[in-house]
Design a protein around this ligand. Sequence first.
Ligand SMILES: [Cu+2]
Length: 463
Amino acid sequence: MPQTRRQFLTATAGLALLPALPRMGFAAPAAQLTVASRQLEVLGKAATVFGITGPDGKPGLMAREGERFYGLVDNQSGEDLILHWHGQVLARNTDDRTRPNGGVHPTGTQEAYDFPLTAGTHWMHSHTLSEQQLLAAPMVTVEADAGDTPQAVIMLHDFSFRPPAEIAAGLMTAQGHHMAGMKMGGMDMSGMKMEGMTHANDVDYDAYLANDRTLADPDVIAVQSGPVRLRIINGATATAFWISTGGLAAQVVAVDGNKVAPTSRASIPLAQGQRVDLLVQIPPEGGAFAILAQVENALMQTGVILATAGADIAKVPSLAAAPAPFVDLTFDASLSALTPLPAKPADATLHIALGMEAGYRWTINGAAHGEAAPLQAALGSRVEMMFMNPTMMMHPMHLHGHHFQVVDLGLGRFNGPRRDVVMVPPGGMVTVAVDFDKAGAWFLHCHHLYHMASGMMTSVTVA
Ligand SMILES: [Cu+2]
């Protein structure tokens, strides 16, 4: 069943709600999240993956606006952990190990956290290759104005039986050679024809999962007639999807946890790291409805089934009838932020050129991670980051600790969505505005795991 308010209160009863009380001298808080290995069956074969579970045994964290994340993270995974609170903007830089020289959370130990939760559909994930092994979970804080609408969280993954280090090594050899000689250093994209060269889906995955299952044996979520809020998280490492709602009218109400002017859409692109909240209406006569995520430029799809009691559930194939197009920015261009940044001129502009070099080397301003000095921003300043992408792949660019606003997609200024991941398509230019109101060093990187791991990451030092 989707969670109702009543179930939420039960589910979050273990969360301390004592922000005003001093914590010194109190007993250590209970473990709120445990990171451990688990067994999963994918396509009839056993797989060992990671998981992050709360005290109720469910994945991740569910809270209500106004609550804090207060408690211990228990790392029982057998590996050092670098966990990112993706979308949390109230946590300090030091509340997250995913920062330059942030160190690791050693296996077999617990770490204490205490920060106010950011409302909206967010998530948590490993910032290393173990993200590929499903080391990720929802981190959802239900908005105060979301009411009692039943909801369902859908977490998407791309899955391989191969270890991620082997996938990465394969990309750097086979595909690296394939890409050799295709370096595009010049920034003049005006005359370039990107269509024919554009590609996606570097990795040959074994399966695509929605809530840990394939369409051969999908997650069936019980619903009733009336509205249901879907909170869809793209936790895949190297895959962007198109989301569709099986004939149900869908209203987009938030992206990356940030409210947008409600808009109807039949098909919604979702890049790695992005989230979308959809309000769907289950009709009075009930039925079964497939909520599908189809891989861009491919036939493969995954999804869940929303079903009313007694509904006939038809099998949905794992291959769609026709390939999905490449994801693009048409959807973003149609969105309008409900909580835009205050109107003011930018204090500075950062030009961020995304690059690709032979040997599967992905760069920012010509440098792989660690080769160049961090970008700089003055504390309290409004900065516009202008991303330029002369490469042949889309890059979902993510800034830690902030929700920027998309202000220009190359078609002129507009009141675009607040986000923390923005797609920069091949040949594209995207400008986002950020208020850097928190000191520290914040990672800025491509959310394609293998692009990040092979260089496409830098940081912004705010001081
Ligand atoms: Cu990338």
